[in-house]
Structure formats: structure tokens, C-alpha cells
Design a binder for this molecule. Structure first.
Ligand code: APR
Length: 249
């Protein structure tokens, strides 16, 4: 490993950093077998129409189709496991308890890998809520109504069960977003893994960090919108390069 090697430089920058914030996207779960959204031909949006499946309008138009698509994603996620990239980030947080992990993913794999206090900007498919009140709906109720697509809500006569995820056009959870902005504004290094950097407000977080002087490390085998201003680019899959970046204890 030479001094000019981006991995060597990234390891040195990480070692020197006082406050680390991490932002992840669908790419970190790719090696767990969960499709990303925008990769050409293989991304979910190359096959499915996000307006129909990840929007309030799509749910209103055909709640059964949206419910079934998320049930498919839940099953896919349930059959997947955290990969070495998720585990490396959980290990980094064990060494740096003040590390803040922000994710755009809704698969819950960071938590299954051991990460704590994960800021889920776009919610989680592991939680189901009432479409009117947004109150949580428990698994027993869903099991009793497994033949309904979607199940009705126990909380409101007009409500239906929906995944607790942020759809296009919907507001992000204000408390989570506030904490994410705080973590971007107060870090001296942001590690960005597996995001195209195209969807705001998440995509604005690395810019906020950069503008206040943080070092930006981008981990992505492909070009992305972060790369144009990142200090260091590790153009390798997260599952391969994160264990090398974090290194043995
Ligand atoms: N390691 C790291 N990055 C990877 C890997 C990998 N093994 N495999 C793919 N990638 C990269 C791709 O090159 C791509 O740039 O992950 C990125 C995934 O980008 P998107 O599919 O756009 O996913 P993301 O950035 O998370 O999308 C943001 O858009 O559709 C909404 O709500 C959805 O949270 C999602 C948001």
C-alpha cells in the first residue's frame, strides 16, 4: 500500500478524525442481495415505476399492488443478511461510540449488524403503520388479516396498513432529519457509502459536511454525485473495502 493509495490516505484520515458521521445508501446492501434503485438495468426503478409503488398517489390508486410490492421487498430483506460492509461500520461505531450512522435504506440491515442509534431518513419496511394516523400496527393484527392486501388499520375506519417508509413527495421524519443535519454539521469526517447522491435532502448532507470543513470519503464502485467534491474516492464495493478501511482493532 503506497502513501498515494486512496485506501491508505482514507485510513489515515479516519484515524485522525475526531467526529465521524456515516451516510449510506442502497449500495451498501447490494452485496446482501438487495437491489439498488438507479443502477442501469438492475435497479428497482429500471423494473418498477416508483410513482406507482413508492408514492402516496400510487398507494391511493392501488393499495394492494403497493402492499404486495413491499411484502416482496420484506421477504427479500428477511432472506438477506448484513454483509462485511454493514459489519465494518458496526465495528467502527463500537470503537467510536459517538459515531452517527445515517441511512437512506429501509432494510434494517445496519441494526442487524449491530449498529445503534441508526438515523433512518426514509423509515423502515420493518415497521407497519396506519395510513391515516401513522400509528404503529403490530404483527399480531397483520397476521390475523394476512389475507387482506393491504390489511385494514385497527386505528382508523378509513385507514389501511402501509409500510413506515417515506414515499416520494412525503416529508421525512423531522426529528430524524434534524439529527442528521446536526451530525453533518458537526463532524470532521463524513464517510459516504453506496449512494448515487441524487435524492434530497439526504444528498445535501455530504455538502453540508464539506462546507464546514469535513473530509469526505466516498465509497462507490461507480461515479456518483458525491465524487465531484469528495476528498477521497474508494471506487470499490463497500463489502470489500470497508473492512480494509476500518482495519483490525
Ligand atoms: N458498494 C458500494 N456502492 C455500491 C455497491 C456496493 N457493493 N453496489 C452499488 N453501489 C452504488 C451504485 O453505484 C449507486 O451509485 O450504490 C448506489 C445506489 O444508488 P441508488 O440506487 O440511487 O440508491 P440510493 O442512493 O440509496 O437512493 C436514494 O432514492 O429511490 C429512493 O428512497 C429511495 O433511499 C432511496 C433513495
Amino acid at each position: 500500500m503506497t502513501a498515494a493509495d486512496p485506501l491508505h490516505q482514507a485510513r489515515r484520515a479516519l484515524t485522525a478524525a475526531r467526529r465521524v458521521t456515516v451516510l449510506t445508501g442502497a449500495g451498501i446492501s447490494a452485496e446482501s442481495g438487495i437491489p439498488t434503485f438507479r443502477e442501469a438495468q438492475i435497479g428497482l426503478w429500471a423494473t418498477f415505476d416508483p410513482r406507482q409503488l413508492a408514492s402516496p398517489e400510487g398507494f391511493a390508486e392501488n393499495p394492494g399492488r403497493v402492499w404486495d410490492w413491499y411484502q416482496w421487498r420484506r421477504t427479500l430483506i428477511g432472506n438477506s443478511a448484513p454483509n462485511p460492509g454493514h459489519r465494518a461500520l458496526a465495528e467502527l461505531q463500537r470503537r467510536r461510540p459517538d459515531l452517527v450512522l445515517i441511512t437512506q435504506n429501509v432494510d434494517g440491515l445496519h441494526q442487524r449488524a449491530g449498529s445503534r442509534g441508526v438515523l433512518e431518513l426514509h423509515g423502515s419496511v420493518q415497521r407497519t403503520v396506519c395510513s391515516v394516523t401513522r400509528r404503529a400496527i403490530d404483527a399480531d393484527w397483520l397476521a390475523r388479516h394476512a389475507d387482506d392486501h393491504p390489511p385494514p388499520s385497527p386505528h382508523h375506519p378509513d385507514g389501511l396498513a402501509r409500510p413506515d417508509v417515506v414515499w416520494f413527495g412525503e416529508a421525512l421524519p423531522a426529528d430524524v432529519l434534524e439529527a442528521a443535519f446536526e451530525a453533518a454539521a458537526n463532524c470532521d469526517l463524513m464517510l459516504v457509502v453506496g449512494t448515487s447522491g441524487e435524492v434530497h435532502p439526504a444528498a445535501g448532507l455530504p455538502r453540508i459536511a464539506r462546507e464546514q470543513g469535513a473530509t469526505i470519503i466516498d465509497v462507490n464502485p461507480q461515479a456518483d454525485a458525491i465524487r465531484e467534491f469528495a476528498d477521497l474516492v474508494l471506487a470499490r464495493p463497500g463489502g470489500e473495502v470497508l473492512p480494509k478501511l476500518i482495519g483490525p482493532d
